[in-house]
Design a protein around this ligand. Structure first.
Ligand SMILES: *Cc1c(COP(=O)(O)O)cnc(C)c1O
Length: 919
């Protein structure tokens, strides 16, 4: 590879590629690398310092049994966890079907029309519902009303999102206070955080009367027994699907959900899976209404969510598929019956229990004794919720047993209760409507059937377990099995985020070490792992900049400069942070145009808050002007945000915190080996220099600190997957990490060198070298032959590859990022495929193949197509299906090219009627 690129060693190559101004001369101060077994032993020791208790804390996180068939064949299966976001739908039909199941589950249970394919957690889903309400409401009010019985962490996230947008949050006790005269939206919790189930029908009507929209944060398990929000005219439902088989993981990751009534579907944030049809007219799934991926609309976006929680949504959807409607109802009934027995036992023993309708959570009133009761339960291995000095909350769930109830009764000092209890819910509140009536929710109810269903869907998809996924900007690298294993350990998986600190020492030490190592790698002073995606790290970082300016009486600084090449989330996040986006152009070489930068700085000198740049740039180049960019912005009083998504090109060689930046987010699901999960989970830590440290995200349970708004519902975000980057860093050490960066840059330059003759490489930096990715320019070929990037991307499927990133950051191009994880054989296979595709394009150009009927425009070729009795095309079937010869392992796409526009005109976002598949 070095020979092809023209260097004698990786060191020589890196010396040439990396500009002197950013080069970090020192060594990384990390522990000596440990082998796989040794690293696992060390992590075991940390895990051993966590206590796995029976959790009856509730507050949105519950015990659940992950069906073993789902744990092993989804959660622990690389076929599912190494997949990318389903932007290439022809190779993603399995996970798209799984997500459609998830959406159907959510719409059925909530009684609403359309649900998206996951949100980051309940708190952020509630915040997105607030901004949706603001856009859709006909009220001009700035007031958002929040039910006082809402989960405290949700209130914190809502407040954090509201403040920069000028929204006033008013928390109202629905049992006593009046609603304000005017407000644009109302957030209700159902059941409430206290456990109380209120009949919201009246308050929904009152809100609608003043033009407000109503969001209900609803527990989907409760909705198996309770009247769903859609039946009382609610506009939006949000929540978490954690208790559908996803471990608590000390706060995440779990799939949040957001569903809307008919008429609001075009305002839904995030990704929405829908049904369309392929070139043969067969039903096929794909992401619907792509513009709803709001971040693509940059500063016009209404949400910055990009990476969501796909793997967890798949698990929750499969939990519903496996249990079916009657199974879910039985689980809901169990949780409710246990709570009813618990309450009866407490009452029989003389303990006062709040006199309300409840589903699974009992609120016990023990004046002055609450702390003592909670401690007594903890001694028996059970965690309860300390509401205040006088009240204890106890939440039951799928895993609650008689023995757990006995422990709780003992903690309250009351005898075991043996009587019968009538657990019936009041008629007006009980659910009468059916749910999960689609055949998918009855067809896979045996383990045999479930195993085969999961295998069949995984087989439809192309993930890293089949071959390379060369997606520029996404860093689809190895997710080593040894890194993945600890995620399933009970000491990490079965910990409630609000468990007492004495039970989470191992978690907190692991997180502190990880934050310390990330600070060392990036040259920053402080790191917070709270943001649960890159987009949320951006928001957290920009909010820190905002709070910093305000702390210095410079709150008028609100302009955020963003280069035209930036990822769409950057601009979307800036708007959410209350900033005004001003775009800076790029020059002909793809670098930030320093002349335009000067002009924009001069025009906004007094109001400049920040610049947000990606380094190396999204053009795949180490820009030499970065130090100047930082200096110019600092001189004008602004802060420098470096988007760290491309850190795989820097680790060990340069530290953003030392070459001029003040804050960055990192993508642990890119550079640091958390698998992409088919579109999440992710972790987007925010890293800052010391002057911004006081403004990092705060603990969502410590409400009221507006300089430290929480950006996620749990203090450490998706803590449950932090063992993955911990293991990666522990096993790599300083030398290994530095070597990985060098090999990633070598691989990108190797690909660029091999493909330059077939497709021009759009941008290059020092000595004609690229960084860790390269952009292949197809525009001249498209102009000459009509063959588009889309055609090349789909033709790559026939060759057995996932397409590179398409048309980002430059329309009409492909961006290739090979990473350090691909060996020479795989890189060559990929380059050979692209060289062969170039030759195919030439046949179209020369007229040998017709422009309207050739293997490129017909790609991908399915087995059904090439084995059909009719073959009307002017090239042989073998050229269609086996362009590299039949000796290679063949991936067969299950559908032909999908017509996205058809599905957008005929929007269907839940499981289609099975007859749609019959011919
Ligand atoms: C991936 C990416 C992001 C967004 O990260 P998510 O985790 O998807 O929210 C932001 N900027 C760049 C350059 C990226 O590549």
């Amino acid at each position: 590879m070095l020979e092809v690129v023209g260097y004698g060693s990786v060191d020589e190559l890196m010396d040439a590629a990396i500009p002197e101004v950013i080069r970090w001369p020192g060594a990384l101060d990390l522990p000596e690398p440990a082998g796989e077994a040794e690293a696992l032993d060390q992590l075991r020791a940390l895990a051993g310092r966590n206590t796995v208790a029976v959790s009856m804390i509730g507050l949105g996180y519950h015990g659940t049994h992950t069906p073993a068939v789902i744990r092993r064949n989804v959660w622990e299966s690389p076929g599912w966890y190494t997949a990318y976001t389903p932007y290439q739908p022809e190779i993603s039909q399995g996970r798209l079907e799984a997500l459609l199941n998830f959406q159907t589950m959510v719409t059925d249970l909530t009684g609403l029309a359309t649900a998206n394919a996951s949100m980051l957690d309940e708190g952020t889903a509630a915040a997105e519902a607030m901004t949706l309400a603001r856009r859709a409401s006909r009220s001009r009010s700035r007031v958002y009303v929040v039910d006082a019985d809402t989960l405290p962490q949700t209130v914190a996230v809502i407040r954090g999102r509201a403040e920069p947008l000028g929204i006033e949050v008013r928390v109202v006790d629905l049992d006593g206070d009046d609603l304000p005269a005017e407000f644009f939206g109302l957030h209700l919790q159902y059941p409430g955080a206290s456990g109380a189930v209120r009949d919201h029908a009246g308050v929904v009507g009152a809100a609608h009367a003043v033009g407000a929209l109503v969001t209900v944060a609803a527990d989907l398990l409760a909705l198996t027994l309770l009247r769903p929000p859609g039946e009382i005219g609610v506009d939006v439902a949000v929540g978490t699907t954690q208790r559908f088989g996803v471990p608590m993981g000390f706060g995440g990751p779990h799939a949040g959900y957001l569903a809307v009534r008919a008429g609001l579907e075009r305002m839904v944030p995030g990704r929405l899976v829908g049904v369309s049809r392929d070139a043969a007219g067969e039903p096929a799934y794909r992401l619907a209404l792509q513009t709803r991926e709001q971040h693509i609309r940059r500063e016009k976006a209404t949400s910055n969510i990009c990476t969501a929680q796909v793997l967890l949504a798949v698990m929750a959807g499969m939990y519903a598929v496996y249990h079916g409607p009657d199974g879910l109802r039985a689980i809901g009934a169990h949780a409710h019956a246990m709570a009813a027995r618990l309450a009866a036992g407490l009452r029989a023993g003389g303990v006062q229990v709040a006199d309300v309708v409840f589903f699974d959570t009992v609120s016990a009133i023990v004046p002055g004794r609450a702390g003592e009761v909670v401690r007594a339960a903890a001694r028996r291995g059970v965690n309860l919720r300390l509401v205040d000095a006088d009240r204890v909350g106890v939440a039951c769930d799928e895993t609650t047993t008689e023995a757990h109830l006995a422990a709780v009764w003992a903690a309250f000092g009351v005898p075991v209760f043996a009587g019968d209890v009538d657990a019936a819910l009041p008629a007006g509140l009980a659910r009468t409507s059916e749910f999960l009536t689609h055949p998918v929710f009855v067809a896979h109810r045996s383990e045999t059937a479930m195993l085969r269903y999961l295998r069949r869907l995984a087989d439809l998809d192309y993930a890293l377990d089949r071959g390379m996924i060369p997606l520029g900007s996404c860093t689809m690298k190895l997710n080593a099995t040894t890194e993945m294993e600890p995620v399933s350990w009970a000491e990490f998986a079965q910990v409630h985020p609000f468990a007492p600190e004495s039970q989470t020492a191992g978690y907190r030490e692991m997180i502190a070490q990880l934050e310390g190592w990330l600070a060392e790698l990036t040259g920053y002073d402080t790191v917070s792992v709270q943001p649960n995606a890159g987009s949320q790290g951006e928001l957290a970082g920009l909010l820190a900049i905002r709070a910093y300016h305000r702390s210095r009486d410079a709150g008028h600084r609100e302009v955020c400069l963003i280069p035209s090449s930036a990822h769409g989330t950057n601009a979307a996040s800036a708007v959410m942070a209350g900033m005004r986006v001003v775009v800076v152009g790029c020059d002909a070489d793809g670098n930030i145009d320093l002349v335009d930068l000067d002009a924009k700085i001069n025009a906004h000198r007094d109001t400049l808050a920040a610049i947000m740049v990606t380094y190396p740039s999204t053009h795949g180049v180490y820009e030499t002007g970065i130090a100047q960019v930082c200096a110019k912005v600092h001189d004008a009083g602004g802060q420098v945000y470096v988007d760290g998504a491309n850190l795989n090109a820097l680790v060990g060689f340069a530290k953003p915190g030392r070459f001029g930046a003040d804050v960055s987010h990192l993508n642990l699901h890119k550079t640091f080996c958390i698998p992409h999960g088919g579109g999440g989970p992710g972790v987007g830590p925010v890293a800052v220099r010391s002057h911004l440290a006081p403004f990092l995200p705060g603990d969502p349970l410590e409400v009221g600190d507006s300089t430290r708004p929480a950006v996620s519902a749990a203090r450490y975000g998706s803590a449950g997957i932090l063992p993955i980057p911990w293991m990666y860093l522990r096993m790599m050490g300083a030398a290994g990490l530095t070597r990985a960066t060098g090999v990633a840059v070598l691989a990108a330059n190797y690909v660029a060198a091999r493909l330059r003759g077939s497709f021009p490489v759009l941008y290059a930096g020092n000595k004609g070298l690229v960084a860790h990715e390269c952009i292949l320019d197809l525009r001249p070929l498209t102009k000459a032959t009509g063959i588009s990037v889309d055609d090349v991307a789909k033709r790559l499927i026939d060759y057995g590859f996932h397409a590179p990133t398409m048309s980002f950051p430059v329309a009409g191009t492909l961006m290739v990022e090979p990473t350090e994880s691909e060996d020479l054989a795989e890189l060559d296979r990929f380059c050979d495929a692209l060289v062969a595709i170039r030759a195919e394009i030439d046949k179209v150009g020369s007229g040998e193949w017709s422009a309207g009927d050739n293997p490129l425009v017909n790609a991908p070729h399915t087995a059904a197509m090439v084995s059909a009795d009719q073959w009307p095309h002017p090239y042989p079937r073998s050229v269609g299906a086996y362009p590299m010869g039949t000796h290679t392992g063949k991936y067969w796409p299950p559908v032909r090219r999908i017509d996205g526009a058809y599905g957008d005109r005929n929007l269907v976002c839940s499981c289609p009627d099975p007859q749609a598949f019959e011919q």
